[in-house]
Design a binder for this molecule. Structure first.
Ligand SMILES: Nc1ncnc2c1ncn2[C@@H]1O[C@H](COP(=O)(O)OP(=O)(O)OP(=O)(O)O)[C@@H](O)[C@H]1O
Ligand SMILES: O=C(O)C1=C[C@@H](O)[C@@H](O)[C@H](O)C1
Ligand SMILES: [Mg+2]
Length: 173
């Protein structure tokens, strides 16, 4: 059993917010890899980064995602940097699930993440860090995505409805 849809994109793209709405529309459970990491580690994402560094966080994250890809029947949102792990990119391709890339301009992302306090990789300079992450990650997101949705000017509910409609079209094709 694999997820019905996996959401990817930069911090602030709305993977958690729109993903939860999408799951509701589809009548499926929702999971977020950041929550799975916190459950596995028994600590917050920020605490895992502080205690084990980014490599330690990525290890727990990759294991949590591998497990969800093999037995979670719902909508799965990935943490913004999850695709930097090669094993996760490979596992997604092997699973053959729809991978939905949520996009937004840097201006919009910056406004949405605010001071970035809960996101260790954005700390101190959210706009600058988001720009650097976008340059590094956009090619990876694009290579893995099977569908891309622009979220600028759309509410989370509208984003979720658009994704649901596109998934429905795909399943009829
Ligand atoms: N389409 C949208 N329109 C307006 N605000 C949004 C939209 N999507 C998300 N937001 C807001 O932006 C903030 C970040 O959203 P969210 O946490 O869902 O992003 P994310 O992609 O899961 O980020 P991360 O990679 O850090 O987990 C939240 O405050 C959320 O309410
Ligand atoms: O973009 C990233 O690398 C991250 C995004 C968050 O969802 C968390 O997974 C963590 O803060 C790292
Ligand atoms: Mg999130």
């Amino acid at each position: 059993m694999t997820p019905r849809a996996v959401l990817v994109g930069l911090p602030g793209a709305g993977k958690s917010t729109s993903g939860r709405r999408l799951a509701k529309i589809l009548g499926l459970p929702f999971a977020d890899s950041d929550d799975l990491v916190e459950a596995a580690a028994g600590r917050s994402v920020a605490a895992v980064f502080a205690d084990s560094g980014e490599p330690g966080f990525r290890e727990v994250e990759a294991a949590a995602i591998a497990s969800a890809l093999s037995d979670f029947d719902g909508v799965l949102a990935l943490g913004g940097g999850a695709l930097s792990t090669a094993a996760t990119r490979d596992a997604l391709a092997t699973a053959g699930v729809p991978v939905v890339l949520l996009r937004a301009t840097l201006h919009t992302l910056t406004a949405r993440v605010g001071d970035g306090r809960t996101r260790p990789l954005l700390a101190a300079d959210p706009p600058g860090r988001l720009g650097a992450l976008a340059a590094e990650r956009d090619p990876v997101y694009r290579a893995v995505a099977t569908m891309t949705i622009d979220t600028d000017g759309r509410t989370p509910g509208q984003v979720a409805a658009t994704v649901a409609a596109r998934l429905h079209e795909r399943s009829r094709a």
